[in-house]
Design a protein around this ligand. Structure first.
Ligand code: AMP
Length: 389
């Protein structure tokens, strides 16, 4: 009999990322992998205790066939006892991970318009897995849940009260990443973790979070994950009047506005070249340079805003694809924020070291690699353990 394992799934529009964890908190993934290009020419890659790279062929196109392939591939290697899913939006109903049933799914489906890039694909994977293996316990882990500690005024808009009652609130996202970083800081930097820390999750999606004593006090994202910093293809904070202008004066439909704000803006929109920071960094095109400058400018603005929200700042943490791997972006941010007490250590920064400011810097800036999958595995184990008959 093969070993029991928790399967973690992060289903996107064109990829299905997966990890397999031994049950029990704090363990490393046995394997991690993904199926990319799932509507086109699916490519299966896996690394860990075994590695593989297989072109699945057009016969495996689509989420259902790819998931079916994955389960077949896993069957002789692990006895999957539960599946944990990254689900972007939990809305007002869920401020903690939850075991999925029909009622939960119904509520989560209502949130699809609030996270159109992610939510439909996250839920589709749960539906498919329920069809393929109805007895398998499944747990939804939300990017919003960690921010449930945000209180007014950080959690409300200046709209008439009834809108907050209808769920139009500033939720915040990337919560699984922030939760992982907060736990890591508590273990490795307990004094800093007890203080006021801004975490910058800079990936293709990007946001920042104000952590006080390890809890979310405020974040750059609000009602949806299109708010805050400019991202790979998302615009970030936008004067609401621009949306009205697009609809009334330019005749865009709501679907066209959604496409504009979520898929055509951000680094891609400003550069006209790419949503990928590596491509922009390697480009000599002045529009690429302007996109990067805007990204950095908005990060530094947000850092000031979050420090103000916490009435002070003790440290800064960089995480996710750009935050962990781009010395250039970190150096630009820290140099622009020298006034906040950050003294860059160029050598440590170039090496992506854990501490990228000098030992005598008034405030430290750290790099903490995130691990949202591990957070999902931990939550899934806990929820299934609690709800098991
Ligand atoms: P994520 O969504 O966390 O996987 O991050 C993806 C983003 O990280 C993309 O914009 C990548 O270009 C960026 N990224 C990854 N590695 C590097 C690097 N070495 N330098 C700059 N950006 C990077």
């Amino acid at each position: 009999m093969s070993d029991a394992a928790i399967l973690v799934l992060n289903a996107g529009s064109s990829s299905l990322k997966f990890s397999l964890f031994p049950p029990g908190a704090g363990a490393q993934a046995r394997i991690q992998g993904q199926i990319e290009r799932i509507h086109d020419d699916p490519l299966f890659t896996v690394r860990g205790e075994t590695s593989a790279k297989t072109v699945l062929g057009t016969g495996h196109r689509g989420h259902a066939r790819c998931l079916d392939y994955l389960l077949g591939w896993l069957a002789p290697r692990a006895r999957v006892i539960a599946a944990g899913h990254r689900v972007v939006h939990g809305g007002i109903h869920y401020d903690a991970p939850v075991r999925v049933d029909a009622t939960v799914m119904e509520r989560l489906r209502h949130l699809i318009p609030l996270a159109p890039l992610h939510q439909p694909h996250n839920l589709a994977a749960i539906d498919l897995l329920r069809e393929m293996d109805p007895a398998l316990p499944q747990v939804a882990c939300f990017d919003t849940a960690f921010h449930a500690t945000k209180l007014p005024p950080a959690s409300i808009f200046a709209l008439p009260r009834e809108w907050a009652e209808r769920g139009v609130r500033r939720y915040g996202f990337h919560g699984l990443s922030y939760e992982y970083v907060a736990r890591t800081l508590a273990r490795e930097q307990p004094r800093l973790a007890a203080g006021r820390v801004v975490v910058a999750h800079l990936g293709s999606g990007a946001s920042m979070c104000a952590l006080r004593g390890g809890r979310s006090l405020d974040s750059s994202m609000g009602f949806t994950a299109v708010d805050g910093l400019p991202m790979g293809t998302r615009c970030g904070t936008l004067d609401a009047g621009v949306v009205l202008f697009m609809i009334r004066e330019q005749g865009l439909s709501p679907d066209e506005v959604e496409l504009m704000l979520y898929n055509r803006s951000g680094l891609l929109g400003v550069s006209g070249l790419s949503n990928d920071m590596r491509t922009l960094a390697a480009s000599a095109d002045p529009r690429a340079a302007e996109a990067i400058e805007l990204f950095v400018f908005r990060i530094t603005q947000q850092l000031g805003a979050l420090a103000a929200a916490m009435e002070g700042l003790d440290g800064l943490v960089f995480t996710a694809g750009i935050g962990e791997n781009s010395p250039d972006i970190r150096a630009r941010v820290l140099n622009k924020c020298a006034w906040l007490g950050f003294e860059l250590d160029p050598v440590a920064n170039q090496a992506n070291a854990a501490l990228v400011t000098t030992p005598t810097s008034p405030r430290p800036a750290l790099v903490v690699p995130t691990n949202e999958e591990l957070m999902i595995a931990i939550h899934t184990g806990e929820v299934v353990g609690r709800t098991a008959m």
